[in-house]
Design a binder for this molecule. Structure first.
Ligand code: IPE
Ligand code: IPE
Ligand code: MG
Ligand code: MG
Ligand code: MG
Length: 292
């Protein structure tokens, strides 16, 4: 299938949904919308809402509802990056090829823009998802993935393992939480836009957990091998900050072999769905071979 065409058409839908939803930067507090929009429209890959749309197609769900859920994940993801780049965390001057939010504005604005994005994610679900039971379910999935048992918990482990070495098992937990949780939420919210059996839901969730791990293994590899022109981020930061990553723990070669094993496992989990999983399989390949 033409995956680049599919990704481009999803990105168009996602960008127009978000730009229609985010208010213009008006009023004395307009600066917060400037910072939010600056980061949100900086050219991210939109892989999370794309996964929601693909999962929605697999379960034949409502695209409008999946877009709302997927874009809510994108808002949380963007907030996580604003905070991740702050001097007290990874101290990164660039994001998506542009000065990171605290460099473009200032630290306080970047903290507040992150806070705003988090609140806006839940407002989006509450106002755009129906019936209310589905909105409550989606909000619960997202809150758990974003919070101390998900992304935030993973970020604290990421900082902890800068100060002491971690085992491979601990690294798996870290990756599953800091990156895997939001990727799993994106797939689960897409699936929640329609209906599927408990068995199908469990298989999709297993697929998403593997994909989340795969995504962060590739991110770790790109930190070592990627170029600023492609990734829009400064390379070599993980090793310099004594981060625990698959590359710093296993070396590049073993990390690449593990990446391929994970991609294979993701495909196998999807085999059950037959033709319905064609798009998710193509997205898996995109993630495995991405250079940005
Ligand atoms: C980067 O995520 C941070 C990780 C969780 C690895 P992406 O690579 O999806 O970043 P954007 O959204 O495309 O900028
Ligand atoms: C970030 O992981 C994960 C989250 C923001 C939750 P990284 O610190 O590896 O992401 P990059 O490399 O800065 O994008
Ligand atoms: Mg980080
Ligand atoms: Mg970082
Ligand atoms: Mg990284």
């Amino acid at each position: 299938m033409d995956i680049s065409g599919y990704l481009a058409s999803c990105r168009e839908k996602i960008d127009s949904f978000l730009s229609e939803w985010i208010p213009p930067a008006a009023g004395p507090h307009g600066k917060i919308y400037e910072a939010v929009s600056y980061s949100l429209f900086a050219g991210g890959k939109r892989i999370r809402p794309i996964l929601s749309l693909a999962a929605c197609e697999l379960v034949d769900g409502s695209e409008e509802q999946a877009l709302a859920g997927g874009c809510a994940v994108e808002l949380i993801h963007t907030y996580s990056l604003l905070h991740d780049d702050l001097p007290c965390m990874d101290d990164d001057d660039f994001r998506r090829g542009k000065p990171s939010c605290h460099r473009k504005f200032d630290e306080a604005t970047a903290v507040l823009a992150g806070d705003a994005l988090q609140a806006m994610a839940f407002e989006l679900i509450c106002t755009r998802v129906s019936p209310p039971e589905r909105a409550a379910r989606m909000a619960g999935i997202l809150a758990r993935a974003a919070g101390p048992e998900g992304m935030v918990g993973g970020q604290i482990l990421d900082l902890l393992y800068e100060t002491r070495p971690c085992s491979l098992e601990e690294l798996h937990t870290l990756h599953a939480m800091k990156t895997g949780a939001l990727i799993s939420a994106a797939v689960a919210l897409g699936a929640a836009s329609g209906s599927c059996s408990t068995d199908e839901e469990e298989r999709l969730s297993r697929f998403a957990r593997t994909l989340g791990l795969l995504f962060q293994v590739v991110d770790d590899m790109l930190d070592e091998t990627g170029s600023f022109e492609k990734t829009g981020k400064t390379s070599g930061k993980d090793a310099a900050a004594h981060k625990s990553t698959f590359v710093t723990l296993m070396g590049l070669e073993k990390a690449a072999a593990y990446r391929d094993t994970l991609a294979e496992k993701a495909h196998k989990t999807l085999d059950f769905f037959g033709e319905r999983a064609t798009i998710l399989k193509a997205i898996t390949e995109f993630i495995r071979s991405r250079d940005h």
